[in-house]
Structures are given as C-alpha cells and as structure tokens.
Ligand binder design. Structure first.
Ligand SMILES: *Cc1c(COP(=O)(O)O)cnc(C)c1O
Length: 367
C-alpha cells in the first residue's frame, strides 16, 4: 500500500532513539514481568485519565473479562452493549457465561442510542458496557444515571478512545470501571498485546490485581482462582515512551479529520457525526456512503488503504446465532455496516497524501 490506513513505521521512526533505549533498559534490568515499568505505567495512565487506580493486564479483551469477573457477573446474568463494535465487547460477556443484550445505535455518532437503553434492562441485567466507538465518547454520565436507577455496573470499553473527552472528563474516568487496549493499531499502541483497567474503586482494583495473577496477593498463596494476564515490562516501557506523545498524536489526528470534514462536506456522503459535548480522538475516520463499493475500487486502483468497520454487526455474527437475533433487529447498526468505510487519518499523513485522497473521493462522485 502506497498510503496505509495507519503508518506505524513512520511513527516509530519519529521516536526510534527513545524506544530503543527504553527496550535496552528493560533488557539490562532483566526484570520482565510485574516490574517497575508496569507499575509506573499504571500510575501514569491513572493520572492521564484522572482515576485513582489503573491495573495493567495482557490485552483489552482480558481487561473486559477480568472486570466482568471481578463484578461477579456470570451465568444467568445479562449485560447490555452495542452491536456496532469490535467483537470483544460482547464476546467477553459470553466468555464469563453471561448473555449479551444489544441496543441499536445513534445514527449520528454510531454510539449506543441511550434513548433505547433503559427499555432493555430486565431483572437479570447486571451491567452495561458502552463503547466509545472510533474514539468518540458517549454521554457516560447519562448511562450512570440510568444504571443507578437499576443498581447496575457500568464498564466503559474505552479501547478506541484513550484521551477522548466529554464535558471536560476523560474517557474511562466516568464509569465504575473502564478498559483500554494497547493493541498496536490503537491510538496508544504497544509493540505486541497490552491492556489496562482504570477505576476509582480501590476494592475493585485489588480484586483485579489478584485475578490477573492466579488469585495471589502473596506469591504461592492463592486466595481465589484467578488467571494469568499480565502486561510485560518491555511493552510497559514502550507504552511509557509513547504516552508522552499521545496528546500530540491525538491532536494530529483531529487536524487531519478537520481537513476531511471541510473538504468533503460538499459531497453526498455522511461524514463522522459529532457530539458537541465531546472531543474525539479519531481512532478511525469513518465515512458512510451508498457508493462504498465504488469508493473501495478507486482506493484499490490508487494503492491507498481503506477498510470496512464493521462488515457484520455483532447480533448477526455466527457465534451469536443462538441469541436469536435476525436481520432487521437493529436497522441503524445494519445500515452503518453496509455504508461505513474508514480512510487514512493519522498524524504522519502528509498534506499531499491527504489531498490525493480527497481528490480520489471527489472523482468517484463526479465520475
Ligand atoms: C481493540 C478492542 C478491544 C480488544 O482489545 P485487545 O487488546 O485486542 O484484546 C475491545 N473492544 C474494542 C472496542 C476494541 O476496539
């Protein structure tokens, strides 16, 4: 691809010396697991998000599984989430033995439609997992009000939204807990798998620290049955370097997004819809168009990357066949899956490259 969807090589080259040094320091220390880098990263992520606690784990999926477990959610329970997200948001609910329950999305922001949320709550509902899709936060305070009326836990799946804000509050700081993924392509990406849970609940944090390490507080003394899910020192050291650039990188994405917003506004396609109370981080810049096939063909001819997020809504995934949903269950989500197309939007994208992408899209509509 001449222009990729995200250029991790270009990003690495801008911070190469610092990253290499951080890796060498870990190798020299020969501490690889549950060490000082991980502990420092936990403190720095908590400070960044404005929470009391942060617990590092092996990836964003484990972050969700362990949080659900720590809240005691399991068989017989229902957890509400959106069908327009990465599979893990709902997979993890099923993984702990509970039942995912979906709510359709808002046609503007593509986040869970909070007007439809309360109707889905039953006597079995235990938690809500709102997802800040593509890096745009939804109104978590409103979710918390609804949750309080029914005594439910709220876990913000913030995998795509680290650094995003809503009424001045950071993603992850408003729910009972929030999960992050540091998968390489996320806005804050490791060079492997990594994840984090943030919370203001000290009891929950202590529980999560036990669960990630075989139920231990003291090595070889197992208070409960836990799991092995740790963020290693190499990834922690890399993430600590990259965290120092995150605000600048998120700002860089917003600048590119603003150019698309302005220069594509005259075309008959749907640009990413904004919630005026939020500041998004554009994990992805996702257009919606009835002419997606033509657009994709034009991108392919020009050797420029683009990608469908998400081709199949979660309620129609084979793995969830038994939940009994069918086509038409969530029309807004299904329409989004038919129209959505992510185009390159990253800080290192040059002005000339972005100009070329804009002309390409204009060409499809003119032709
Ligand atoms: C990436 C992602 C996850 C999973 O994170 P991993 O680190 O890949 O396990 C969960 N939810 C959402 C919304 C994601 O985008």
């Amino acid at each position: 691809m001449r222009i990729p969807l995200l250029d991790l090589k270009a990003q690495y080259l801008t911070i190469k010396e610092e990253i290499n040094q951080a890796i060498m320091n870990v190798l020299d220390s020969s501490v690889y697991i549950l060490g000082p880098q991980m502990k420092a990263l936990e403190k720095e992520i908590a400070a960044f998000c404005g929470t009391e606690e942060a617990v590092a784990v092996a990836n964003g999926t484990d972050a969700l599984v362990l949080t659900l477990k720590a809240f005691g959610i399991g068989p017989g329970d229902e957890v509400i989430t959106t069908p327009f997200t990465f599979f893990a948001s709902a997979e993890t609910i099923a993984m702990v033995g509970a039942t995912p329950v979906f709510v359709d999305i808002d046609p503007v922001t593509l986040n869970m439609d909070l007007d439809l949320l309360e109707k889905k709550i039953t006597s079995r509902t235990k938690a809500i997992i709102p997802v800040h899709i593509f890096g745009q936060m939804l109104d978590v305070e409103r979710v918390m009000e609804i949750a309080a009326r029914h005594d439910l836990k709220v876990i913000e799946d913030s995998a795509q939204a680290i650094g995003a804000e809503y009424r001045g509050k950071k993603a992850g700081s408003l729910g009972h807990a929030a999960t992050f993924s540091f998968f390489p392509t996320k806005n804050l990406g490791a060079y492997g798998d990594a994840g984090m849970i943030v919370t203001n609940d000290k009891h929950l944090a202590a529980e999560l620290r036990m669960l990630r390490f075989h139920g231990c507080q003291v090595k070889y003394y197992h208070d409960k049955v836990g799991y092995n899910s740790r963020l290693d020192e190499l990834q922690a050291a890399i993430l600590r370097v990259k965290l120092g650039y995150l605000n600048q990188w998120n700002e860089g994405r917003r600048a590119k997004a603003a150019v698309y917003d302005k220069e594509l506004a005259h075309l008959p396609l749907t640009l990413p819809g904004k919630d005026p109370a939020g500041i998004p981080i554009y994990h992805l810049y996702v257009l919606r168009s009835d002419r997606r096939e033509e657009l994709m063909e034009a991108f392919k001819q020009a050797d420029i990357a683009c990608a469908i997020y998400y081709p199949v809504p979660l309620h129609l995934q084979k793995a969830f066949h038994d939940l009994g949903y069918k086509e038409g269950s969530f029309p807004i989500t299904e329409k989004a899956c038919q129209q959505a197309l992510a185009i390159p939007c990253y800080p290192e994208l040059s002005r000339a490259e972005q100009e070329e992408i804009i002309r390409l899209i204009e060409g499809v509509y003119r032709g």
